[in-house]
Ligand binder design. Structure first.
Ligand code: ADP
Ligand code: AMP
Length: 233
């Protein structure tokens, strides 16, 4: 797919693609890394949840797929992502979380970035065994305002039920219920393997152990990301 007229003129800075299974810790890390690195955090799951909350046509389309733990069709997802990349804050660089989810999306992303004079600089892969993901997702709470993630055992908010960052209410996602979690992992892990291979073949993959504590994952991610983006402005 080619970027639509009007988008091709804009530029883009550094591009980091954070990879990992559902529950691996992408959102947790993206929140910290985007601030430390001055990159816009772009999470397609957050964009879909906002559309569902606002009742937009995009949200109505996406909801059924999300409730079943399936990927939303590429046509819808890619259009939404390209619109997000056209926003001014993307020019400073972006940290992608939850996109691409299959190799077709990865190919479109490469084309869209090339049209803006950019490329994927590094794709860190947060590795967590499947057995741990169920407990991560089952205990996850996120905030209503911005989707900041917490965990009832491993990352408790200072005040129960309230986001440390923005004070909004915490809730459990519908798709974090046990049946949907199983469906999500069953339907999405195969495609993740292919995306990991795609970036390995392109020489930008960097594996990071996601089983250690949150701060250690952050420092391990910074160790691979910083050298990869340092050479760019
Ligand atoms: P993703 O965005 O990849 O789906 P999240 O960042 O939402 O994953 O993390 C999933 C859950 O696991 C959250 O409840 C989060 O608080 C918790 N979590 C994230 N990283 C770790 C970690 N390194 N150790 C333990 N729990 C973690
Ligand atoms: P996430 O918040 O990343 O776990 O995403 C929640 C849900 O949104 C997923 O289970 C999918 O239904 C949908 N979704 C998010 N990102 C994508 C994507 N890149 N492609 C297709 N569906 C997506």
């Amino acid at each position: 797919m080619t970027a639509a007229p009007g988008r091709a003129n804009s530029t883009i800075g550094r591009v980091v693609v954070l990879l990992g299974a559902p529950g691996a810790g992408k959102g947790t890390q993206a929140q910290v890394l985007s601030q430390k690195l001055g990159l816009a955090h772009v999470a397609t799951g957050d964009l879909f949840r906002a559309a569902v909350r606002d009742g937009t046509p995009l949200g109505v389309t996406a909801k059924g797929f999300m409730d079943r733990g399936e990927l939303v069709p590429d046509s819808v997802t890619i259009e939404m992502l390209l619109e997000r990349l056209a926003k001014p804050d993307a020019e400073a660089g972006i940290l992608l979380d939850g996109f691409p989810r299959n190799t077709a999306q990865a190919g479109v992303l490469d084309e869209a970035l090339a049209a803006k004079g950019g490329r994927v600089d590094i794709a860190p892969f947060i590795e967590v065994p499947e057995a741990d993901l169920v407990a991560r997702l089952g205990g996850r709470w996120i905030c209503r305002a911005q989707g900041h993630p917490y965990h009832e055992l491993t990352k408790k908010p200072a005040q129960p039920g309230v986001c440390d960052v923005d004070g909004s209410e915490l809730y459990q996602r519908d798709d974090d219920k046990p049946e949907t979690v199983k469906a999500r992992l069953r339907q999405q892990l195969g495609a993740l393997d292919q995306v990991v291979s795609y970036y390995r073949d392109h020489g930008v993959l960097a594996g990071v152990d996601g089983r250690v504590d949150i701060d250690k994952v952050t420092s391990d991610l910074l160790e691979v990301i910083v050298p990869a983006i340092q050479s760019k402005g």
